[in-house]
Design a protein around this ligand. Structure first.
Ligand SMILES: Nc1ncnc2c1ncn2[C@@H]1O[C@H](COP(=O)(O)OP(=O)(O)OP(=O)(O)O)[C@@H](O)[C@H]1O
Ligand SMILES: [Mg+2]
Length: 453
């Protein structure tokens, strides 16, 4: 072993106690950090004789092999490691690097996505950009974007929820019109890009969902990703702005870059009004530069957004800067109303799944008696019924199943939480309804006939 002299005392110490695992792990890390893969390899191989199944040593060895160009040896070790510890983010990351180095771009992207799912802090912009560069269905970027290739700020990815949702439109009760809208605007362009191009319709732009709280906007966005088997990257705008005052532009750029690297991907901005607050509302406004950066990313100025489905949700679309609604941006905004009867029944079914139920429980009958309640309100109903039964079970000293009357009684106590929202929305729709933007609200409230004037 020929490590540099500064580490010699530690290496000597290890020679005296070769089974000192923490010391060996530490020293291996130091050797790798200081670019000494050969002594690192020796150290890890020796260590594995004492601790043959230690994942840190295995990962270290694979990493040292990789650095030495011993790719197939590295593959063997890392794949064996993943066979035992599928939940090790850094192992998936190394796997991604190996797959990338051996020209297996699809598998590399999948491995990278898995690493980020397990630990968003592992984001590696350089790797992500390289993976993106040879991603299928992507137009090569015309040139490096600002901040391109810079390391991600360490806090940035930690806030990102990257996942591969399992729920699809089937799990979303009702909402047929909104689903159709999403299919037209987002899903078909993804599946038939050539057809859309032939008709001169650019894919891209985003879909803005708005509506009262608790009615499934976030849930629907996640289901959209599941529907097209895409990754789902969910971003809370307020958090981004709070976290990195002054650094938000770069973070926004990196976010879009991450989504592009994960394509197909649904990039979802929750509570987008926090970012896009109207210029007049200075206190809440994120500032012009951030808004401009967001619009630029949305327009795909620095890199194409092909394969990235951009969605956003808000309770207060009237606070959005009108620049957001220009063609190719959030030019279509869609109202997500409280669930109708069918949707309430399926939401109740989902909420009651796995709970002890008496044979008389009929979600459909509860749905018929809970007009106006949101998904979140229905959750309050079920929670109330559970509380009642728990109390009775305690008294009886044995578990008693939930009965229909528990649900109906609980429903009487829950007030529709969407009323207040509609009161506000009605005012905007009546008095600030440029271009019929909020007609859907008036139709829903029965003020206006569908399609009428
Ligand atoms: N149509 C639906 N089908 C099935 N479940 C639903 C539906 N609508 C709402 N839910 C349930 O209600 C919960 C609350 O919905 P969600 O968080 O998506 O509301 P939201 O519109 O994003 O609210 P907010 O504006 O407060 O963010 C969901 O987690 C889901 O379980
Ligand atoms: Mg939400």
């Amino acid at each position: 072993m020929s490590a540099d002299a500064t580490l010699q005392p530690l290496l000597d110490a290890l020679k005296f106690s070769p089974d000192n695992l923490p010391l060996r792990q530490h020293l291996g890390g130091l050797l790798r950090q200081t670019g000494q893969p050969q002594p690192a390899e020796d150290l890890y191989r020796e260590g594995l004789r004492y601790h043959p199944t230690d994942p840190t040593l295995q990962l270290g060895l694979a990493d040292a092999y990789f650095a030495l160009g011993k790719t197939s040896a590295a593959f063997v070790v890392v794949e064996e490691l993943l066979g035992q510890h599928d939940d090790l983010g850094p192992a998936h990351l190394l796997h991604a690097r190996l797959l990338h180095a051996s020209q297996q771009p699809d598998a590399a992207r999948e491995a990278y996505a898995q690493a980020l799912r397990l630990d968003p802090g592992l984001a590696d912009t350089t790797l992500a950009n390289e993976l993106q560069a040879n991603a299928p269905r992507r137009v090569p970027a015309s040139g490096p974007a600002p901040g391109f290739g810079e390391p991600a700020s360490p806090a940035a990815p930690a806030l990102l929820g990257l996942e591969k949702p399992r729920i699809t439109f089937q799990d979303v009760g009702g909402m047929e019109a909104v689903k159709e809208e999403i299919r037209l605007k987002i899903i078909h362009p993804l599946h038939f890009p050539d057809l859309y191009k032939a008709f001169g319709k650019a894919s891209g732009g985003g879909l803005l969902l708005y509506g009262p709280p608790g009615c499934g906007k976030t849930y629907l966005a996640r289901a959209t990703a599941g529907e097209v088997q895409a990754n789902f990257l969910s971003v809370g705008i307020a958090e981004i702005l709070d976290m990195w005052l002054g650094n938000s532009e770069k973070n926004l750029h990196q976010l879009f870059e991450l989504a592009r690297a994960q394509a197909p991907c649904v990039l979802f901005f929750d509570e987008v009004d926090a970012l896009a607050a109207n210029r007049h509302d200075l206190r809440q406004s994120a500032g012009r530069t951030v808004i401009n950066q967001f619009l630029e990313e949305l327009d795909g100025v620095s890199a194409s957004n092909e394969g990235v489905l951009i969605m956003a949700a808000t309770n207060a679309p009237w606070h959005l800067d009108p620049a957001f609604r220009r063609p190719g941006r959030f030019d279509k905004i869609t109202l997500v109303t409280p669930p109708d009867e069918g949707a309430r029944a399926s939401i109740l079914e989902i909420l009651l799944k796995g709970k002890p139920l008496a044979p008389d429980v009929k979600p459909a009958a509860v749905a018929a008696r809970t007009a106006g309640l949101s998904g979140a309100d229905l959750k309050a109903v079920v929670d109330g019924a559970v509380d009642t039964r728990l109390r009775l079970s305690m008294r009886a000293g044995r578990p008693l199943p939930i009965e229909q009357s528990d649900l109906l009684d609980a429903a009487k106590l829950v007030k529709p939480s969407t009323k207040e929202w509609f009161a506000t929305a009605r005012n905007y729709a009546l008095y600030s309804n440029e271009g019929g933007l909020y007609d859907e609200i008036l139709v829903y409230l029965g003020v206006k006939k569908p399609g009428g004037l």
